[in-house]
Design a protein around this ligand. Sequence first.
Ligand SMILES: [Zn+2]
Length: 499
Amino acid sequence: MEKKMIRKALRCFIAAALISVTAACMTAVCCAEDSSSSADAAAATQNVTVNKVSRLSVSRSGKAATLNWGQSAGADGYLVFAFVGSKWQLKTETTDFSFTLSDIPWDTSLFGVKAFKEENGIRYLSDMRTVSRSAPALGKVSGLYAAETKERSIKLSWNKLSNCDGYAVYLKYTEGYKEIAKTTANTYNVTGLEPSWRRHFVVRAYRKTSNGGYLYGAYSDQLRTATCPDTVSGLRSSKKSGTSITLVWNKLACTNYIVYQMMSDGKWHRIAKPVTNSYTVTGLNYNTNYKFVIRACKLDDYKKEHLGWLSNILTVKTDRNTIVVKNGITYVNGILIANKTYPLPASYNPGKLTDETYKAFIQMRNAAANDGYNLWICSGFRSYETQRYLYNNYCARDGKAAADTYSARPGHSEHQTGLAFDINYASSWFDNTAEARWIANNCWKYGFIVRYPKNKQNITGYKYESWHVRYLGKELAKKVYDSGLCLEEYLGITSKYSY
Ligand SMILES: [Zn+2]
């Protein structure tokens, strides 16, 4: 019996010595329960009792646990344990009444402290006082969004979550969500995707357990995004005229295409979002270069655009106008023109406004009357001879240079065409009248245009004349009105004296 006691005490001493060594490196597993009961036995026999610590509390912060305990009377020190996996692990030996365990496994929630006392080189241990506290709950990942979408990849990003070891990323397939990656960062670039494809993702946080498993938090809200379409190729013009260009390009998988046109500000402007691989740009100028570029667009479930790369830049020149001179009269694309570049011969003399022009004026006059405005023609047809007389008088009065700004030289007056006339007052004070505004807004409906609009003096050769209208027919007048161009711009011609 005596021998057995000594052997037990010795074993306990060796174990205690081992504890001292291993406690220093904080890794080894100790047979704490065994040594404890041996010590108890030894203590009982030799009347050495070590009381349990008086109380024990623990607070958790992430993977750390701070233990606090009350002293055990007469104790020389304390051993701190954590229950890891399926056994107690000695974590430290201390003379203090508090210790913080760091980096303990997430699934470890049980902790213990034993007091010890040493007499004659033998260490006697108290029973273990235990306390339990789980790690903070693992939260739900929030703020999941697509930081960048490309043709074959989507970069996901989400809010960092404390109290986790990493994140698992899931991609939805027809059969459901599948984990595609684990990452410790709060971003993940999903690669190997197909272009122009709607994709749904969720992310959840995980913790590694002490036995190599995983504990998961709640799934994030679903992110529904899409990869970008491929780059549009083969942009070309399939058809064009003086005022329109038809663009075509190679079809590819996408929701729609976006057509950009280079504008006069030197920037690309979106002009259309066709769903087919063709688009006709209208209202263009004759004999003018235009630049276009296309990209494909995939809309995700939130109608957010995911854009492919820009196609090749296409430069197309609209067709030239056709200028035909017949019996000295100039027709540009079939339209009779009289301006500073293109004169009428002295012999051209319809004698009055053409019937069609006059009829159109009557319609316009009646419509204006319905709106409460009184329109009349104050100057209609003027022959070559009349214009020569007027112009020469203006030259004698104001000089040739001044006369040229407001009066046409003989042969260059639009009044000679029988297609143009002045309404109410041929004077700039008329510009600010309600009648002038009505004409500007409505004359196109009856086949007329305000021939010398504001801010076009350098092109038409005349300052703004709110009263002077030209008959073009309803169809063409609407096109010119809609284009916002003056007739010279619309037809791609000049208006400058060559003599
Ligand atoms: Zn006039």
